[in-house]
Design a protein around this ligand. Structure first.
Ligand SMILES: Nc1ncnc2c1ncn2[C@@H]1O[C@H](COP(=O)(O)OP(=O)(O)OP(=O)(O)O)[C@@H](O)[C@H]1O
Ligand SMILES: [Mg+2]
Length: 341
């Protein structure tokens, strides 16, 4: 994979060309002090709040909720940096996008960090929601520190202008998402994106899905992207309309899902696998999806998480667990003081 391929997959590079076919989004340049804050892995103190962290905040249901992890002691010793100008630009952009956004950097979203958010989702309403996800995400750290790590050309690293991408929040049904692999401007493979689950409608609508993605590719994507090898993600909505979600580099850095990179680069196994099964079309891509005999599969991002108990304790969501934890601590202390005597 070449560095140029990675450069071409940045959101701000492809978005102007494909705007009509994708989710409405806004791009804001990231100021250097914000980048420094995101890279600083000291205490996780979330900046960007309109009120100080110990104040109450509205949750989804409109009820008041105390922020539990920031007690008086932590606020006294660690203060979050403030970025008033950037905060108001971000809030304005979020409002333009109807109040709820899906955040990304130049390439990645913090998909590995959704467990840390109050709502266990990547849906953000404010800059502090975004910072919490970004600071907890290895994928975001990858974008900031080593975007070219999988490249094999020796040219100096191109200069990157970091950007915050805000996409209007859309409830996407995972069974409607597909990843498409393009080699030498030919669509060679389509994979179900959420491959850990079996979706009845995918096997039932295999031909239609494959046809509509191929048409979408030919009409809107082919020869229009800056490279001839690339990966693009699509969403097929309940009415059968196809939308573009993202572009990714054609190489190891991108998850090959139900294919292997060996198959995709050599193309050998894929030649006889035409989508629709009976089709004799030479150029139709291989279409892979999870069949009904799938067994229980772990979520692909599971290894990035911490034990649920830690989350419950730190957010105060499970009071009984907290009481048990405090009792345990007290017993330990009592045991220790008994020993001292
Ligand atoms: N605007 C949106 N609103 C709600 N959910 C979204 C939105 N955009 C993307 N998603 C969800 O988030 C997932 C990841 O999005 P996206 O592909 O943009 O992130 P990524 O970091 O580039 O992922 P990857 O590393 O797999 O390329 C999508 O599969 C989709 O389920
Ligand atoms: Mg992507």
């Amino acid at each position: 994979m070449k560095k140029e391929q990675v450069v071409n997959c940045q959101f701000s590079v492809w978005y102007p060309t494909f705007k009509k076919h994708t989710i409405k989004s806004l791009i804001l340049p990231l100021p250097q002090n914000v980048i420094d804050y995101l890279l600083d892995d000291g205490t996780l103190v979330v900046s960007g709040r309109e009120e100080p962290p110990s104040h109450s905040q509205n949750n989804d249901s409109g009820e008041e909720e105390e922020i539990q992890w920031s007690d008086d002691e932590t606020t006294a010793t660690a203060t979050a940096p403030e970025f008033p100008e950037f905060t108001s630009k971000v809030q304005e952009a979020i409002n333009t996008l109807d109040g709820s956004v899906f955040p990304k950097l130049n390439w990645s979203s913090p998909r590995d960090a959704n467990w840390i958010a109050m709502n266990s989702s990547l849906q953000c309403q404010s800059l502090s929601d975004i910072f919490l996800l970004f600071k907890s995400s290895d994928f975001i750290a990858h974008d900031l520190t080593q975007p070219f790590i999988h490249c094999n050309d020796d040219s100096p690293d191109p200069k990157i202008n970091y950007e915050l991408v805000l996409r209007k929040w859309c409830e996407l049904i995972p069974g409607g998402e597909f990843r498409c692999f393009v080699k030498e401007n030919k669509l060679i493979g389509i994979s179900q994106r959420d491959y850990t689950q079996y979706y009845d409608h995918i096997s039932k609508q295999e031909d239609d899905t494959c046809r509509s993605i191929q048409d979408f590719f030919q009409e809107n994507i082919q020869y229009k992207f800056l490279d001839e090898d690339f990966v693009f993600d699509v969403y097929r909505d309940s009415r059968g309309r196809v939308w573009l979600i993202d572009f990714n580099p054609f190489g190891e850095v991108t998850d090959s899902l139900l294919f292997t990179w060996e198959e995709l680069t050599s193309g050998t196994n894929l030649r006889d696998e035409n989508c629709g099964g009976e089709t004799t079309e030479q150029d139709s891509p291989a279409f892979r999806y999870t069949t009904s005999d799938v067994t229980v599969q772990p979520s692909p991002c599971l290894s990035y998480r911490i034990p649920r108990d830690f989350v419950d304790l730190s957010t105060g969501e499970d009071t009984y667990k907290l009481i048990d934890f405090l009792k345990l601590k007290k017993n330990q202390q009592d045991d220790e003081s008994d020993e001292d005597m």
